[in-house]
Ligand binder design. Structure first.
Ligand SMILES: Nc1ncnc2c1ncn2[C@@H]1O[C@H](COP(=O)(O)OP(=O)(O)OP(=O)(O)O)[C@@H](O)[C@H]1O
Length: 246
């Protein structure tokens, strides 16, 4: 589904993550973990195509329209004057285009998606009036309608209560069983151990990838912290591959 070939991503010619070599097969439910500033969000932005590689290659075995992305909630403008229906309806953009009008059939599907995330009855509410958990459920309803094969989630369970978290985790399980590929940036190791079969531990470079039990270990976390501390924030892109370093 995804291949990173000596991939370096960054900002203003300074790498944020570098020398990633990895194949991620289709159908994985994969947690991306690592210390603050490890490059986790940067990697999702690279996969989304929002950032072009500074070096190396990122190969996607899925059409761009088949990728759904949920940014960190702090990146979403809650004051934007739209209703829950309009926000969830954005999940239908592939069918509607930019200026398409919602038909009765579309509204029915939006209602159904809202029901699936426990938000029935909220369709007419402005998004500014939602709690953090309600907004996150609404954003999951939008993902539901997007019906994407590759789903990228950046800290989807931050600052939401355990009930909401359990409900949304169940939805992820359901999507996983349908064969979709899901990559989620997470900070809660216990949650990762319980719900995510595979993990990728990142600290500007790859620390470990594989079965969660093998990846989330005290030794690997120690390596990750050490790698972050020794990373030079201002270094330019180095034209060296991981093979050269080894
Ligand atoms: N838009 C940007 N412009 C310049 N530098 C950026 C930008 N976004 C992120 N960075 C830098 O890239 C590095 C990796 O940041 P990133 O947000 O990818 O880390 P993260 O692992 O997601 O962190 P956290 O767990 O704190 O959310 C950091 O040093 C950060 O300051």
């Amino acid at each position: 589904m995804l291949r990173f070939d000596n991939l370096t991503l960054g900002y203003d010619r300074h790498p944020a993550v570098h020398h990633l070599n990895l194949d991620i097969p289709a159908g994985q439910l994969l947690a991306i973990v690592g210390p603050n500033g490890a490059g986790k969000s940067t990697l999702l932005k690279g996969i989304m195509g929002k950032l072009k590689p500074l070096q190396g290659q990122l190969q996607l075995n899925v059409a761009r329209e088949q990728i759904a992305y949920l940014p960190q909630q702090s990146r979403i403008d809650r004051q934007f004057p739209i209703s829950v229906t309009e926000l969830v309806g954005m999940g239908l953009w592939r069918e509607l285009g930019s200026f398409g009008r919602l038909t009765k059939g579309h509204r029915h599907r939006i209602e159904h998606a809202l029901e699936a995330v426990g938000m029935q009855g909220f369709a007419a509410r402005p998004i500014a009036s939602l709690s953090g958990g309600q907004l996150q459920r609404t954003l999951f309803a939008r993902l539901y309608l997007q019906n994407a094969q590759l789903i990228l989630l950046d800290e989807p369970f931050n600052a939401i209560d355990s009930r909401t978290c359990q409900d949304l985790l169940q939805l992820l399980q359901h999507w996983h069983q349908q064969g979709r590929t899901i990559l989620a940036v997470l900070h809660d190791n216990e949650q990762v151990r319980h719900h995510f079969p595979h993990s990728l531990l990142l600290a500007r470079q790859l620390v470990a990838y594989g079965q969660t039990a093998d990846v989330i270990t005290p030794e690997n976390w120690q390596r990750a912290r050490h790698q972050i501390e020794s990373f030079d924030e201002h270094a330019p892109v180095c034209h060296q591959s991981e093979k050269d370093i080894a």
